[in-house]
Unconditional design. Structure first.
Length: 132
């Protein structure tokens, strides 16, 4: 008989914390709707990733800000769209994860790795909305 060897990618699980600053104060219902739409947008972005594809949060965040006229910026620093926290959990060949806190906007990925959102009990995308 034939014998096949199959390799699966080494997953890199991401966890994001974002502060969305809006131009105007939003009602609770509008904040909830905005947060849910952003989570869906970010999940869809990462679901399309291929193995070895690098993460460019700058372009993701720029697209989010451009596509929603309620959002002034992502993060609290004027002139930048930046996550408050980006954690990347890299798996090794045994399936064990190790945490790397990412200080920039790009997550280093090798050709045998695939980016996914961290699969945990809590939401891997945490968003706070506040007025500038």
């Amino acid at each position: 008989g034939d014998k096949a060897i199959v390799y699966s990618p080494k997953y890199v699980g991401l966890e994001l914390e974002l502060v969305i600053q809006t131009l105007n104060a939003l009602a609770v219902e509008d904040k909830t709707k905005l947060i849910n739409n952003l989570i869906l947008t970010i999940k869809n972005y990462f679901n399309l990733f291929r193995m070895g594809q690098s993460v460019d949060l700058d372009s993701l965040f720029s697209n989010i800000v451009r596509s929603n006229n309620q959002i002034a910026r992502i993060g609290r620093k004027n002139g930048e769209n930046k996550a408050d926290l980006v954690n990347a959990y890299y798996s090794d060949s045994y399936g064990a994860y190790s945490l790397r806190i990412i200080s920039g906007q790009n997550v280093p990925i090798s050709e045998d790795q695939k980016v996914i959102l961290l699969d945990t009990i809590t939401n891997p995308i945490r968003i706070t909305v506040e007025r500038i």
